[in-house]
Write a protein that binds this ligand. Structure first.
Ligand code: FAD
Length: 386
């Protein structure tokens, strides 16, 4: 089978590797001119890591992953520990450690594995046309390419999604802006093997270890969409949002090199929908289920897509259309559940209803770890990768 994948992010590359391993000819096209992932890092939970293991990347991903043994919540104002517990139950109950990884490292690994020769950069897809037995995509350059299957792994603002659904759907603002980046590990912020999160006022400041003695940091600030921001202002919005917060937070802000590693992302998601394919064209990753990062499952869900897509093509024999229907039936409910779980969590943590967030803070002060672990496992239990 000849396969075209639009988008060479985590979804597109992992699907590409899965289909290459079945012997298919895969070509990826991306509008970017060079590999510059948006966002500094991400947490790969066991469901995502297991797909990477299945793709043959077990040792490579383990080498990129930070060692995250414990988790703690800290009062953002006082710096007092609200709760602290081991994450080993997550590993024991799923059979796999979780790995926070630098995004550029993971992206480079996936691109190398799928093969640079199979990735065509500077190619923005602008049109799709199907006949009974093939599908042709057109690029902004005027070039075209034809295949048996087109996978739209073209992210949150997917043009493939417009084609599959026959309409453009609106994204929904999640109510907050996320600032993230990488800094050298500093124990004054949190222990080197711990996921540490400072919370207060519906805001949060969090650090996770990644390979190379670095912390991935992210800070959430509830605010309206569309506020002006000039990159020259660097961390000024964070200084304002977290003025008077605990010394660990001030140390983090002091450590940010906004020229080297600093991103500002407004968080949006998309209401779940259940039509993911049209003829020989199918959606995968954020194009199918754009998810707020509140449970760290967007990329993991894209990896689950790649796993199931690989599985249906490996195990069925009735052709592309049948395989895509099976993929769609296996995936849409699961992906929708994660989108809605993330949305619920965003509401709980960001003070959109102050009473709910205050209750959450009160619960954290009593937390043994059991409830948080149950929540993390709840995001993973229904994964197709058991
Ligand atoms: P993308 O990575 O968006 O890739 C889409 C690609 O398609 C892009 O390279 C783009 O250039 C290309 N493209 C788009 N349109 C066209 C076109 N017309 N023609 C050609 N190319 C095109 N997930 C987790 O699992 N854990 C986390 O901890 C986590 N943290 C996150 C933190 C933040 C702040 C954010 C915003 C997201 C986070 N996510 C996390 C979600 C995760 O980043 C995404 O779910 C994941 O990157 C989606 O991958 P993708 O390949 O589907 O899409």
């Amino acid at each position: 089978m000849r396969v075209i994948i639009i988008g060479a992010g985590i979804g597109g590359t992992s699907a590409g590797i899965a289909l290459q391993r079945l012997g298919h000819e895969v070509h990826l096209y991306d509008q970017i001119r060079e590999n510059r992932p948006v966002g500094a890092a991400l947490s790969l939970w066991p469901n995502g890591v297991k797909v990477l293991n299945w793709l043959g990347l077990r040792d490579e991903v383990a080498a990129l992953g930070g060692r995250m043994d414990t988790m703690a919540y800290t009062d953002g104002h006082t710096g007092e520990t609200m709760c602290r517990f081991s994450l080993s139950p997550v590993t024991e109950q799923t059979g796999q450690r979780s790995y926070p990884v630098a995004r550029a490292d993971l992206q480079a690994l996936l691109m190398d594995t799928v093969g640079a020769a199979n990735i065509h950069l500077g190619m923005r897809m602008t049109g799709i046309a199907e006949s009974d037995d093939e599908v042709t995509v057109t690029f902004e350059t005027g070039e075209t390419a034809t295949a048996d299957l087109v996978i739209g792994a073209d992210g949150a603002r997917s043009a493939t999604r417009d084609y599959v659904l026959g309409e453009r759907i609106e994204r929904r603002y999640s109510g907050y802006t996320n600032y993230n980046g990488l800094i050298p590990i500093d124990p004054r912020i949190g222990p080197a093997d711990q996921w540490t999160t400072y919370v207060a006022e519906g805001k949060r400041v969090s650090v996770m270890p990644v390979a190379g003695d670095r912390f991935y940091f992210f800070c959430d600030v509830p605010q309206p969409a569309g506020l002006p921001y000039d990159r020259a202002d660097g961390v000024a919005p964070l200084r304002q949002a977290f003025a008077g917060w605990a010394p660990g937070v001030q140390t983090l802000l002091d450590g940010i090199d906004s020229d080297a590693s600093f991103n500002r992302v407004e968080i949006w998601d998309v209401d779940p929908f259940h039509t993911w394919s049209r003829g020989r064209v199918v959606l995968l990753g954020d194009s199918a289920h754009n998810t707020a990062p509140d449970i760290g499952q967007g990329a993991c869900s894209a990896l689950e897509d790649a796993f199931v897509l690989g599985l249906v093509f490996a195990t069925t024999s009735l052709g592309v259309l049948d395989a895509l229907q099976r993929y769609q039936s296996a995936r849409t409910e699961r992906a929708a559940d994660l989108v809605l779980r993330a949305r619920k969590r965003a509401t709980e943590t960001h003070g959109f209803d102050p009473e709910i967030t205050e209750q959450w803070y009160a619960g954290l002060r009593q937390e043994s770890g059991e409830n948080v672990i149950r929540g993390i496992l709840g995001n993973i239990t229904d994964s197709p990768v058991t």
